[in-house]
Design a protein around this ligand. Structure first.
Ligand code: GLN
Length: 451
């Protein structure tokens, strides 16, 4: 309540937008008006979108919600925002997020946490987390401040915030959306995707965002399917797999009930339900929290006070001192924690014990999915082990925070398309999400099951 009131007093009730860019959205709207009756008019003409502040936008500050990138104005446009704007969309503003996309509650932002527009029924005006890291995106779409937003998902950052705020979000197959111009967190996991009110809007946005990009060496050179035209809620002949290892200890009964509800819906839509096994599920979280920090520590080496943004100690005695002072002041505590973990697991003495081992387990997790998909077309699981928690509830305990990613990281490690769709409310009236995980490149199957 304190945070909420302070935010309201400051005229920023949700703190979802770091920068507002109405002129950009208006220009797109004007152009849409002019082209309305012509062939120039496209599905995204004039649609005002929120852009997660991890996407470089030419001429507009891009901070990754960090202090170290404060004042950084890219001279170039990320491939994804270029595609969206090229398809006629405009930008309402840059959206808040967890610093460098590291977090599950949006509390690691240098610019203050985002506040979910949802409240618990039992009063207590406790401000709730909008999820993370795409918390500005989820809050803005849930509060109807934008019809859609871009998100990025390294270990769940599109899906978990979508679940916490009652909206839809899809992370496509790794390589569908170009990473070029998106501030890097963990490059072998990072994937962009759309967040919107429903599955159809996600399909439309994802079509505009996807496609081969020679500037990203991991981009898939494949045509973009017409996902929206292919939408069908009919699941006859499809098999929906229920991975038994996702029934984790201590899962609240409401989440279990939600899952059963999802199973019933899939059956009603004509699907056959099969139980499948993903035996290495319990290793996914520790594997992710080795690989993601390892890659992050390497990616974040570039923030040295020379090339981008913030520089501390302008009259430093030597270069080393300037680096250290800049990085000490420029990175928040969670980012520093990741850099420390990452450099530790990559260090000569521990590389094999942690990093190499984690890569091997990652391969086993991917193989689990391959085997499960021999028995089913999509997997159905809860998106997160709880509804939105209160701001501050987990921020002092990184492990409790990391545990929130238990259902989302496996699909990230395997590079699979995965989506969260709103599936109902808990006893407190808070939204819960169901996750659908698909075979590589089968975004259509995921979208259809979500519809
Ligand atoms: N919560 C996870 C993390 O902090 C995932 C974040 C993300 O997907 N960007 O690493």
């Amino acid at each position: 309540a304190e945070a909420f009131n302070a935010a309201v007093a400051a005229g920023k009730p949700l703190n979802a937008f770091l920068v507002e860019t109405p002129e950009h959205a208006l220009a797109a709207a004007d152009e849409a008006d002019r082209g309305r009756a012509s062939a120039e008019f496209r599905p995204l003409s004039g649609v005002p979108l929120g852009i997660k502040d991890l996407f470089c936008t030419a001429g507009y500050q891009t901070t990754a919600a960090s202090h170290i990138l404060e004042g950084f104005v890219p001279t170039y446009e990320s491939t994804i925002t270029a595609k969206l704007f090229g398809a006629g969309a405009g930008m309402l503003g840059k959206l808040n997020l967890d610093q460098f996309a590291m977090g599950s509650s949006n509390e690691t932002s240098y610019y203050g946490n985002v506040i979910s527009p949802w409240r618990r029924k039992d009063g207590g005006n406790a401000a709730l987390a909008p999820g993370g890291s795409s918390g500005g995106s989820s809050a803005a779409v849930a509060a109807r401040m934008a019809p859609g937003a871009t998100g990025t998902d390294t270990g769940g950052s599109i899906r978990q915030p979508a679940a916490f705020t009652g909206i839809s979000g899809i992370k496509p197959t790794y390589g569908r959306c170009s990473r070029w111009g998106v501030v890097a967190f963990a490059s072998s996991l990072d994937q962009a995707g759309p967040m919107a009110r429903d599955v159809r809007d996600c399909a439309i946005l994802l079509e505009a965002m996807s496609g081969f990009d020679p500037k990203d060496s991991t981009s898939l050179d494949l045509p973009v399917p017409q996902w929206e035209a292919g939408l069908s809620a009919d699941l006859r002949g499809k098999k929906v797999g229920i991975p038994k290892e996702y029934r984790v200890e201590g899962m609240p009964p409401e989440i279990e009930a939600l899952w059963q509800q999802g199973i019933a819906w899939a059956r009603d839509a004509g699907a056959e339900i099969v139980e499948v096994s993903l035996p290495h599920t319990r290793y996914a979280l520790p594997t992710y929290y080795i690989i993601a920090p390892a890659e992050a520590s390497s990616n974040l080496a570039r923030y040295d006070g020379v090339r981008y943004g913030e520089r501390e100690l302008p009259d430093h005695a030597n270069l080393q001192e300037m680096y250290a002072a800049t990085r000490a002041a420029g990175f928040g505590p969670e980012v520093k924690r990741r850099i420390l973990i990452g450099t530790y697991v990559l260090s000569a003495g521990f590389y094999d014990a942690y990093y190499t081992k984690a890569q091997k387990v990652r391969a086993l997790i991917a193989r689990d999915f391959e085997q499960a998909f021999q028995q089913c077309d999509v997997l159905l699981t809860p998106t997160a082990p709880s509804a939105a928690f209160a701001l501050g509830e987990k921020s002092a305990d990184p492990l409790a925070m990391y545990l929130n990613d238990v259902f989302t990281v496996p699909a990230s490690l395997a590079g699979l398309p995965a989506m969260s769709v709103p599936a109902g409310l808990d006893a407190q009236g808070l939204p819960l999400g169901l996750q659908i995980i698909g075979k590589p490149l089968d975004e259509q199957g995921v979208l259809n099951a979500g519809l």
